[in-house]
Write a protein that binds this ligand. Structure first.
Ligand code: AMO
Length: 449
């Protein structure tokens, strides 16, 4: 549409005739005048049909919410008493001169005029196509876009090479049964749980690599923090001196993302009433055993000896660390070696504990990672102890047979980060088209057209 002006630019056209195009957002009849807001991808503006244009008043009477219009109008300064300083374009309005209807909308199934969603989550997801038009919902995904963009930006700044990880894989990367099997001709195949083994192969050739990819977890439970299809932000780096190099890179990555969100998404954070979590210059780091001891001392709940943290532990340790230091983040490391995948590096002094780590924030795990075993013989020993078939991990082992520097990496769940950063109650709100045990968009399930 060549003659169209974006709504965000209308301020520069005060006193001039312009053409805008978009959706009818809110409608108000006020005595002799008709007002409605128009919305395009850049903003909103109030449009008014004045009594001096009787034909426009007549035409606007039939117009309904979500109709798509092209409007020719005059950009006017609003009278002082009508200025709304809180709103973008709150000091101007468009006097309607001509309306072209581009598309009519059916009567809406619920009230869209409220600014922001006002439905139960299930109804919201069932009405996704319409709900996506709402400002607050769009704000969530604009923040998510910044998270993913800035992950990529930070990785590239730090010389990480971006690769495309396969989604169809021959085995489970993380072990366990939480995989989706797919029909793949005459072979057994699964949707990837993680690009873990591939990123380690790639790092053996490229030194540093990252990928932004979908991973799949056949989580049989329905929780507020689990999806079955996830955007995973994966990184892997070599020539590390210690697992703490990986921790520090993970920390700086998250810090950069938070800064970018603050810089680029100020209006979205405000709209969603969200505050960016506090990250200190050095995030507190505790071993799993220290976490359990602290929980015991503070809450008199004995989880000492547990092999991992559970959701309650994660909530409680975040609360303790927040009280003690002001940090919303805490790194936990040193998990029992046998409880984690075979590739995780065991601590040299205490080999029964490993150098794997998690980053928790506001009570939930955002990121996992750690140092990996890079010595071929040590890795082979783990393959045996973990009772894996060496033939079926040969492609991975080959990389390590021919020289791999000390290395490690991490993965960050984009939806978890979006959810926790914005204070959303359910991770499904942080996925545009979430997948869980019950939801697979059946209403897009037409197979034979
Ligand atoms: P992990 O399995 O902990 O680690 O996953 C990494 C991060 O991915 C996110 N995540 C999820 N988000 C929503 N729903 C789920 N079902 C789900 N599962 C995982 C979390 C989590 O922190 N290979 C290792 C990473 C590494 O060591 O580099 C791995 O996959 O934010």
């Amino acid at each position: 549409m060549k003659d169209r002006i974006y709504i965000k630019d209308l301020k520069e056209h005060v006193g001039k005739e312009v053409t805008i195009a978009g959706w009818v957002n809110v409608r108000r009849n006020q005595g002799k005048m008709v007002f409605f807001d128009m919305r395009d991808m850049t903003g909103r503006v109030q449009c008014v049909a004045l009594p001096s244009h009787a034909d426009m008043i007549e035409q606007t009477k039939e117009i309904r919410l979500e109709w798509v219009l092209k409007i020719r109008g005059l950009v006017n300064k609003r009278p002082d008493k009508n200025i709304n300083a809180e709103m973008v374009n709150g000091d101007i309005e468009l006097e309607i001169l001509k309306i072209e209807i581009l598309s009519e909308a059916a009567p809406l199934p619920f009230d869209m005029s409220l600014d922001g969603y006002n439905l139960e989550l299930t109804a919201e997801l069932d009405n996704r196509s319409l709900i996506l038009r709402q400002q607050k919902v769009q704000a969530i995904f604009k923040v998510q876009e910044t998270i993913i963009d800035s992950f990529r930006e930070f990785m590239k700044k730090n010389m990480f090479f971006e690769f495309q990880a396969p989604v169809i894989t021959p085995a489970t990367a993380e072990g366990g049964a939480e995989v989706f099997q797919v029909n793949y001709f005459d072979k057994k195949a699964y949707l990837t749980q993680s690009p873990q083994l591939y990123k380690q192969i790639v790092v053996s050739a490229f030194e540093r690599c990252f990928s932004v990819n979908k991973i799949f977890r056949a989580e049989p439970s329905s929780t507020t923090r689990h999806l079955t299809e996830i955007v995973s932000l994966d990184a892997e780096m070599s020539f590390i001196d210690s697992w703490t190099d990986v921790r520090d890179m993970a920390e700086e990555t998250v810090r950069f993302i938070l800064k970018q969100v603050e810089k680029k998404n100020g209006e979205h954070l405000k709209l969603l009433n969200a505050t960016v979590p506090v990250m200190l210059s050095k995030t507190p780091t505790l071993t799993l055993r220290e976490v359990q001891q602290k929980i015991f001392e503070r809450f008199d709940r004995d989880v000492r000896g547990d092999k991992d943290t559970n959701p309650q532990d994660e909530r409680e340790i975040c609360e303790i660390i927040k009280e003690e230091t002001g940090s919303d983040f805490v790194f936990v490391y040193g998990y029992p070696t046998r409880k984690k995948p075979f590739y995780v590096y065991p601590n040299a002094e205490e080999p029964e504990y490993n150098e794997g780590m998690d980053l928790l924030c506001r009570g939930i795990e955002w990121l996992s990672g750690g140092r990996r075993i890079n010595d071929y013989n040590q890795l082979m020993k783990h393959v045996e102890i973990w009772k894996m078939d060496p033939e079926k991990i040969k492609m991975f082992m080959e990389a390590f047979k021919y020289g791999v520097p000390p290395e490690g990496g991490f993965a960050l769940g984009a939806e978890r980060m979006t959810m926790q950063l914005l204070g959303l109650k359910n991770i499904r709100e942080a996925a545009m088209f979430p997948r869980d045990m019950n939801r697979i968009d059946e209403r897009l399930g037409n197979e034979g057209y």
